[in-house]
Design a protein around this ligand. Sequence first.
Ligand code: OAD
Ligand code: ZN
Length: 249
Amino acid sequence: QTLSAAANAVRDAETVAALTGAGVSTASGIPDFRSEDGLWNEYDPNDFHMSRFRADPAGFWRDRVELIADLFGDGVEPNAAHEALADLEAAGHLNTLITQNVDGLHQAAGSDDPIEIHGNGRRAACTGCNRRIDIDEAVQRVTAGEAPPTCERCGDVLKPDVVLFGEQLPKHDLMRAQSAAREADVFLAVGSSLTVEPAASLPRHTVDNGGQLVVVNLDRTEQSKRADFDLRADVTEALPRLTETVLEE
Ligand code: OAD
Ligand code: ZN
C-alpha cells in the first residue's frame, strides 16, 4: 500500500533524487552513528573534530588506523539496498544519488557518480594541495611510524578525505546536491536520521519546490513530519521491493 504508492510516485516522477545515510550500510557490517550500537556509543564525536585534527594530527592518525581497518577492510561489500539504488539508476528512475556515507559502497554496487557530500574514507587528501592517495597507503605509512603522513608533492599533512565536524562541506558538491534536490519531483531519503546539517535540509528543497518526499528508515527521522510517504522499514528489504515495483510496468 504505502510502499506501492511511493513506488508509483517514483515511477511517475520526471526527476528523482536520493540521499543515503549510514543505515544503508549497516547490513554490510558498518555501524551507523546514532543507533544503540552506533559509533557514537563507542567513540566521542569530539574526537572527530577538525580542531582535534589540527591540534595533534599524529595522534589523530594513530588513534584512527584501527577504526579505518575495521570499517573499510576486506570483506566489506555492498548489500541489497546499495544494489536496489544502482538498479533504479540504471533503469533511468534515479537521476542523482547523494550520500552522507564515506564508505564508497554505492560505487562498488555500480552507482555511476554519487555525490559524496561528506567525502570518502577510502582516500587521504593533502591539507595543502589536495593531492589524494589511497587510505591503505596512508595507514601503512602511519603503522610504519610516519605520523602524521605527509604529502609527497608539497610536504603538507595528509588527512582522511572525510568531512570532520567543524569543517565545511565541499562547496561544489553541496551546490550540486542542493540543485538536484530543488529540481526533483520525488526525493528519497533512506537510512539516515536526517539530523546533521546541511544534508538534513536537502529534502526540504524538494518539498518547498512542490515535490514529494519518501522516507525509508527503521526509526522516525527529523524530516518524517514533512514526508508524503514515511516508510519505517529495513532498507535492505524495502528498497529492493520499491525498485521491483517501480520497474514492474
Ligand atoms: P545516523 O546513525 O544518524 O542514522 C542512521 C539511521 O539509519 C538511524 O535512524 C537508524 O535507525 C537507521 N538504520 C540503521 N540500519 C537500518 C536499516 N538496515 N534499514 C533502515 N534503517 C536503518 O546516521 P546518518 O544519518 O547517516 O557525518 O548520520 C549523518 C552524519 O552524522 C554522518 O554522515 C556523519 C555523522 O556525524 C560525518 O561524518 C560528517
Ligand atoms: Zn600536498
